[in-house]
Design a protein around this ligand. Structure first.
Ligand code: GRF
Length: 190
C-alpha cells in the first residue's frame, strides 16, 4: 500500500515533528514525511529533519511583503513535495482563509488544550489560573478560524496540585507525541 505523504510545517523545537519521524521510521506505519518546512531559520526542528535525512527548507516569512506572497511560496513548495497531508507542528504563523481552504481536509494541527476550550497562546498558564482539574491536547483539521475545525483525536491529562505552566506543558506534550502519529494513522487508513 502506498504511504500517505506528509509535509510538516514547524517554527521551532520540533518535538512533535520528531514523534512523526519516529513513527514513520517503522515501515509498517502508513505514512512518510516528504518535506519539512520552517518559517524560522536555524531551529532545532530543522536539525531533526537533517538527522533523519528528510528534505527540509526554510521559507522565512520576514522575506515577504505580504502573507499572500509568503503563502504562494509555501504552496509552491508543498505542491513540489507531492504532499497529501500537511501537518502543522508548532507552526507559529497564522494562515489565511485562502490557504486553509486550498488545503481543506488535507491540513491538520496539534494544539495543547482540550479544544474547543483554550484556543490561542499561553494555554497552560490560563488552564492553571482557571483552576481546571484536567487539560490535554487535540489534533484537528484546520479551518479558517484559529484552533477550530473537526477534531480527529484528543488526550486528557490531570492538572496536579502545584503544577506550573512548565510541568503541565511537559505532561501534555508527552500525550501530544502519542496522539499526533495516531491521528495521521487514522487518516492514512481511512
Ligand atoms: C506544542 O505544544 C504544540 O501543541 C503547539 O506548539 C508546541 C510545539 O512544540 N502547537 P514542538 O515544536 O513540536 O516541540
Amino acid at each position: 500500500m502506498a504511504r500517505l505523504k506528509l509535509a510538516v510545517l514547524i517554527s521551532g523545537r520540533g518535538s512533535n515533528l520528531q514523534s512523526l519521524i519516529d513513527a514513520c521510521a517503522d515501515p509498517e506505519f502508513p505514512a512518510e514525511i516528504v518535506s519539512v518546512i520552517s518559517n524560522v531559520p536555524d531551529v532545532q526542528g530543522l536539525e531533526r529533519a537533517a538527522m533523519a535525512d528528510i528534505s527540509a527548507a526554510v521559507i522565512d516569512h520576514r522575506n515577504f511583503d505580504s502573507r499572500e506572497a509568503f503563502e504562494a511560496t509555501l504552496n509552491a513548495a508543498l505542491d513540489d513535495s507531492g504532499a497529501d497531508l500537511v501537518c502543522l507542528a508548532g507552526f507559529m504563523r497564522l494562515l489565511t482563509a485562502e490557504f486553509v481552504n486550498r488545503w481543506r481536509d488535507r491540513l491538520i494541527n496539534i494544539h495543547p488544550s482540550l479544544l474547543p476550550d483554550y484556543k490561542g497562546l499561553h494555554v497552560h498558564e490560563r488552564v492553571i489560573a482557571a483552576g481546571e482539574a484536567f487539560s490535554g491536547c487535540t489534533v484537528h483539521y484546520v479551518r479558517p478560524d484559529m484552533d477550530s475545525g473537526p477534531i480527529i483525536t484528543q488526550a486528557k491529562v490531570p492538572v496536579e496540585p502545584g503544577d506550573t505552566a512548565d510541568t503541565l506543558a511537559a505532561r501534555v506534550l508527552a500525550q501530544e507525541h502519542i496522539i499526533y502519529p495516531e491521528a495521521v494513522r487514522q487518516i492514512a487508513e481511512a
